[in-house]
Design a binder for this molecule. Structure first.
Ligand code: SF4
Length: 421
């Protein structure tokens, strides 16, 4: 029997496994702590467990330590991408993103993806296999270890220092305008929940309608070390999480456990392109995660052109499922909209979104298209994004953000993750 990767087990499953091996369940707590607080990479470095148990674990178990095949860092230093090796020789990409006051891991749920979104590098590579819960958890632990180790090597370099002359976001800022992002949020009606990270690194909301002053944007970028603790996990890397429901949700349970990584329901975001059965199951089970739904078009024909899987789960069924989810959970959904010049960024498109989401607890996250080799579309211009957002706000009272583009220079942005070869 192959050794058991302990990252595959929930806290309760670990307790049962210890008993099955003939050990007392009292060791569960310390073992769990070593895995998720100590971030142990080997049993030899664990303290506080009996030598007999340690020997047994060495012989019959493993800890998920995916080898780093390649690590790349963005020029601004805020984004790191890891190509991680899996035990069967496959590989996945995981991204570490630093924001003001928090660090986020963008983890993959599959090797490749079966959904085939035309603008997405993962979709372009096709589907290979689902990841196990342990392989998903191990990515988050990998990022947590990277944070710990970078802080240990040089406490002052736990987060890059801000150099506005090098930061693409700062250079791209429009001239100062009056209201702060918080004021705008208040104007629009405060969101029922804390801001969640939306697919691929958006999460730092920049309201382009009333653009933040440069100073405000700079505040959004860490000028000081933000500490070494992983604060958020977004299941927005390679793969469609709801196509791999059971393993993804078991990984969520492991990452949420309060004696370990201890991620709260507002710290885990799961993104789907519209797998209706999965959304309905999340609603029925009231799973404690943020949900982001990638919409990209507000008509069935428009969606099918960008998201082929919309043929299977049409737009009206998707919106009905979203309504069910919000009603059952009381949660707002983040609707993702990749802005493609000339394709879905017109005033008519904005109004179509507004009508589609009318009455739903919603926030729209606008994501200027990131380049991939397999799709010729171009990102919308910032004026188009502002116009889009203005219509959502003024005509439909819909809050929205435009996602900061992070890690584009290392192909770590939304829709850019892929394993080549
Ligand atoms: S956008 Fe998401 S669901 Fe669509 S192909 Fe890419 S990884 Fe899959």
């Amino acid at each position: 029997m192959p050794p058991l990767n302990l990252h595959e087990l929930t806290h309760e499953q670990l307790r049962v496994q210890l008993v099955r091996w003939g050990f007392s369940s009292v060791h569960t707590k310390v073992l769990w702590n070593q895995l998720y607080l100590g971030l142990a990479a080997s049993f030899a470095e664990m303290t506080g467990i009996p030598a007999r148990l340690q020997r047994h674990l060495e012989a019959h178990a493993t800890i998920g330590v995916p080898p780093t095949v390649r690590e790349t860092a963005s020029r601004d230093g805020f984004t790191h991408k890891y190509l991680l090796g899996l035990t069967d020789g496959r590989e996945v990409e995981t991204v570490l993103m630093r924001y003001s006051g928090r660090v986020t891991a963008c983890v993959s749920s599959q090797v490749g993806c079966a959904m085939g979104c035309v603008f997405c590098a993962t979709g372009q590579m096709g589907f290979t296999r689902h990841l196990t819960a342990g392989e998903i958890v191990s990515q988050a632990v990998h990022v947590a270890r990277a944070l710990r180790d970078s802080g240990a090597r040089n406490p002052d370099s736990a987060s890059p220092k801000l150099d506005p002359t090098r930061d693409p976001d700062a250079q791209a800022m429009p001239p100062p305008a009056s209201p702060t992002s918080h004021a705008i949020r208040d104007m629009l009606g405060k969101a029922p929940e804390a801001t969640a990270e939306s697919k691929c690194h958006l999460l730092d909301d920049i309201p382009p309608v009333a653009a933040p002053a440069k100073r405000q944007l700079l505040d959004d970028i860490p000028a000081e070390p933000v500490g070494g603790r992983l604060r958020n996990v977004v299941l927005m890397g390679m793969g469609e999480p709801l196509h791999n429901y059971d393993e993804v949700l078991r990984a969520v349970d492991i990452m949420r456990h309060p004696a370990g990584l201890s991620l709260g329901h507002e710290q885990i975001t799961l993104s789907t392109v519209g797998v209706v059965p999965g959304i309905l199951r999340l609603a029925a089970e009231k799973r404690p995660v943020h949900l982001a739904v990638s919409l990209h078009a507000a008509t069935q024909a428009g969606r099918v052109a960008l998201v082929p899987v919309a043929k299977k789960w049409p737009l009206d069924e998707l919106i009905a499922a979203c309504r069910t989810y919000s009603t059952a959970t009381g949660r707002r959904i983040f609707y993702e909209w990749t802005l493609i010049e000339g394709q879905n960024d017109s005033e008519a498109d904005a109004r179509a979104v507004g009508h589609l989401l009318k009455g739903l607890p919603a926030q729209v996250n606008l994501i200027p298209l990131n380049p991939t080799s397999g799709y010729a579309g171009a990102p919308s211009r910032s004026e188009a994004a502002k116009r889009f957002q203005r219509i959502l706000r003024d005509e439909f009272k819909l809050p929205s953000t435009v996602r900061q583009r992070r890690g584009i220079d290392i192909a770590a942005g939304c829709g850019q993750l892929a394993v080549v070869g």
